[in-house]
Design a protein. Structure first.
Length: 141
């Protein structure tokens, strides 16, 4: 199984060198194979790879046979009903999981995390952690 995560640097409230730690620890714990961030900031971190264009990178992932899954507050499938593909790239936008519809192609999936108030108030690293935990639980015997 291959699991990758792609996201966008927030850039407004924090610097990538601090933000990367928010991503790195949970992604390592869930054994994510690759962590991609956009745009290139120039940070030096052995765990994250920066790419200049998310759309181009997603094209290469689709060609490798990975399923692209967008985390979006307007996603089509609630997380509790979502069946995780074995090989996936989980993609999320900025705070409040801003929509990445411009990058979506037919065959891509989208999911949303329902909460009691449904305010869409997750930071991307939080949302990814929830989704990876759900993946872990559903894969457990």
């Amino acid at each position: 199984m291959t699991v990758k995560v792609a996201g966008l640097w927030e850039r407004g409230w924090n610097t990538p060198i601090k933000e990367v730690e928010l991503w790195e620890f949970p992604l390592r714990d869930f054994a994510v194979n690759e962590h991609i961030m956009v745009p290139v900031s120039g940070i030096e971190n052995s765990y994250v790879t920066e790419v200049p264009n998310l759309g181009d990178w997603l094209v290469t992932q689709r060609a490798l046979g990975l399923t692209i899954v967008f985390l979006d507050e307007n996603g089509q499938t609630p997380l509790q009903n979502f069946v995780h593909p074995p090989d996936a790239v989980y993609v999320c936008g900025k705070a409040n999981l801003s929509s990445l519809v411009a990058y979506s192609l037919p065959g891509d999936l989208s999911l949303k995390i329902l909460t009691p108030a449904n305010l869409g108030g997750f930071w991307p690293h939080q949302a990814v952690s929830i989704v990876l935990y759900d993946r872990f639980l559903k894969a457990s015997p």
